[in-house]
Each structure stands twice: as structure tokens, then as C-alpha cells.
Write a protein that binds this ligand. Sequence first.
Ligand code: IPE
Ligand code: IPE
Ligand code: MG
Length: 258
Amino acid sequence: MTAGPTPGRTTLDGIAPDKLPRHVAIIMDGNGRWAQAQGLRRTAGHDRGAGTIRNITTECARLHLEQLTLYAFSIENWKRPRAEIQYLMRLLRKFLIDERPTLEENDVRLTAIGRLDDLPSSARKELDRTMELSAGNRGLNLCLALGYGGRTEIVDAARKLAARVAAGELAPEDIDEAAISANLYQPGRDPDLLVRTAGELRVSNFLLWQISYSELYVTQACWPDFTVEELHGALRSFATRTRKYGGLVDAPEAAVRR
Ligand code: IPE
Ligand code: IPE
Ligand code: MG
């Protein structure tokens, strides 16, 4: 049996399932600031942040969301001090091993986007293993963005398309939005809701192609303090949005055409 919303039942008190986003993407920011505010080293913030991932993933699975995409490590984050990168990569490896039972319990499939070949082989090996072990799960898709850059993703898609043109398999005029979308790291539904923790008002090279019509939500809470209640706040805010995609809502057809 695959998990899915029960028709006619609400999944978050007072909010109908069709008012929930199907795909949530989160820029998990503020681990360092959280730690510094407690007088701790930045790495303590990353440790706590890993716990937040577990709680938020479990809640998204419980609410029957289809996808949760988490910005875990950007391509620009390779510029950080070596010691912090090493710490993050060891933490990633540990997380990927430790989370396996929880992913299984919640029917969550783990996937990843980014330049995964740039990851250290020890982390890459456990990533591949966890993806393989969870591949049959049919609930939430937990997608980790690792060594990820939005511009790089578009460059990589352009290269794939260019190679097909060079091979005579594709005409330049056949390159349209659908073709670019289909050649991204993980083609699929664009995020309905983009959340950023820790208050910065920027997208930091995340999912540049896919967020063109995502609803935005920024909270001051640092990622280690992003509780299930904070997530509910973001989902409630999303439920009040009117998504127009440049069109008009409830307008007579003639007015829409004009
Ligand atoms: C987010 O927290 C985690 C990563 C980018 C890996 P930060 O490490 O960016 O924390 P701040 O923004 O410096 O507080
Ligand atoms: C964005 O956070 C990247 C991740 C959350 C992985 P950063 O801390 O790297 O972003 P900037 O430097 O504040 O833009
Ligand atoms: Mg940051």
C-alpha cells in the first residue's frame, strides 16, 4: 500500500490537503549563528541541524507531502575552511548511515542533486547505499542538494542538450523550457514553497530554474531552531496564498483573453 492523503480528511488541523504544498524546498541556513549565540563552535550548530532534518522530514512524510528538497551544501560552500568542510562531510556520512531505519519507517526515498562526484568518496559511498536501500519507498522523496549550484545545474543541462545537438539527435529549435527542465539533475515537480531559515533575503544559487513561481517564506529562526511548529507556520502561510502564474484569478474569460 502506498501512503497518500485520505480524501476529505485534513492532514494539518484546519487545512485541507489540497491547500498544502506538494513540494517544499528549504534553504537550511543559520547553523553557525545558532551555535555562536550559544557560545558554541559552529560545528555544534551543524550537529543540531542534522537533528532538525530528521524531525522535519518525519513531519513532511506524516503530512503526505511528495517532496522535500533540502539545501545541505552549496557549490560555493567548498570555499569554506577545510576543517569545516571536513566536519560537514563526516557529519553527512554519519547522517546517511544513521537515518536508514527512520527513512524505512516513514517510507521515505532519499535522492540527491548536485555535483555529487565532488563529494569525498566515503560520503559518496554511503549516499549511494542509502539511495539504493530506500529506492523502493513510495512516500516522501527527500532530496538532498549536495555540492549544488543552480547556475551549475543549468550549465550541466545545457551541455547535455548541446551534446545531443552535436550528435545530430536534436535540432536547436527543439530546445524549449520542457527540454531544459527534463535535463536538470532531477526532473520533476517544481517546489510549490521555498522556505529560508535565519532571515537572509536571498536565494544563494538554489534551484534557480525551478523556483520561478514558488511561494517564498522566510523565518528568522535558525535551522537548529526550526521546529515542527515553525514548519506548520510556513505551511499555513502557503495555504493563504493565491497562485496566479501571471494570469488573473476568477476573471471572466473575455477579460483573461484581452
Ligand atoms: C547552514 O548554516 C549550513 C550550511 C551552509 C552548510 P551556515 O553554516 O551557513 O550558518 P550561518 O549562516 O553561518 O549562521
Ligand atoms: C546557503 O547558505 C547554502 C546552504 C544552506 C547549504 P549559505 O550560508 O552558504 O549562503 P550565503 O553565503 O549566506 O548566501
Ligand atoms: Mg549561512
